[in-house]
Design a protein around this ligand. Structure first.
Ligand SMILES: *Cc1c(COP(=O)(O)O)cnc(C)c1O
Length: 230
């Protein structure tokens, strides 16, 4: 089932790329494995997918310990400062940096181990009160503030669009994310690049790709519905 789902998602990614005149190699599929057992990831690995997303540090660490070391782990959930230390040496990309205080902690913990953290700045493009992330207006300022940290490399932006049954209703948010990314990129800030645009989930990843996403984070569409009661 998981392998069939992955095939379907990959086909839809390819179709969205065709519609947008993009090369599918520009889009990385992150399989969001949060709440799912390691066995599901072992199965998904047979597809060749190596990028997995988790939203809790402890769960990411536990899976890191028991699964193959060539997996690229993405921290996509809200990150508490006291948990940053557990990510050093394990995480490929932190998608959810939304404050200078968090960046300071990342700098401190990664510097201790002489490592560099790759991060995205999380933007709350839809300005939802329930979501983390900073506003579009604050983004350049935060990028400039974090760019000076020697053990952090900003690789782009991330957003979580509103939950919706109609993906078209998120198109404008994705378009505005792409604009923001191009705008910041044009400022040529030292130590910053805007190569990554992480946006789109099961409900709206095809629209996100049409609007320029380079990473899509798909959970339900690959692993099925999550059960939060367990
Ligand atoms: C859970 C989660 C996803 C995946 O959501 P689905 O709708 O299951 O595809 C993507 N991004 C973030 C930040 C998440 O927390």
């Amino acid at each position: 089932m998981i392998l069939e789902n992955i095939k379907q998602v990959q086909d839809k990614i390819a179709a969205a790329c065709t519609r947008a005149g993009r090369n599918p190699e520009e889009v990385t599929l992150i399989a969001v494995s949060k709440t799912k057992p390691a066995g599901d990831i072992s199965e998904a690995l047979q597809s060749g997918i190596l990028d997995y997303g988790e939203n809790k540090v402890q769960e990411l660490s536990e899976k890191y310990d028991i699964l193959p070391k060539n997996i690229r782990w993405h921290m996509i959930g809200h990150l508490q400062r006291n948990k940053v230390k557990y990510l050093v040496g394990k995480v490929t990309l932190i998608h959810s940096v939304d404050s200078e205080r968090l960046a300071q902690q990342i700098e401190k913990e990664f510097a201790k181990k002489d490592q560099t953290a790759n991060v995205l700045i999380e933007v709350n493009m839809a300005m939802e009160a329930s979501k983390f992330g900073i506003t579009a207006e604050e983004t350049e300022k935060l990028v400039r503030a974090i760019a000076v940290y020697p053990h952090i490399r900003i690789q782009g932006l991330m957003t979580i669009a509103p939950y919706t049954d109609n993906p078209e209703s998120n198109r404008l948010f994705f378009r505005n994310m792409k604009k923001l990314s191009v705008d910041i990129s044009s400022k040529n800030i030292d130590n910053v690049n805007m190569d990554v645009l992480s946006m789109g989930m099961t409900g709206d990843y095809q629209v996100a790709i049409e609007e320029g996403a380079t990473m899509v984070r798909v959970g339900t569409g690959i692993f099925g519905a999550r059960n939060y009661k367990i």
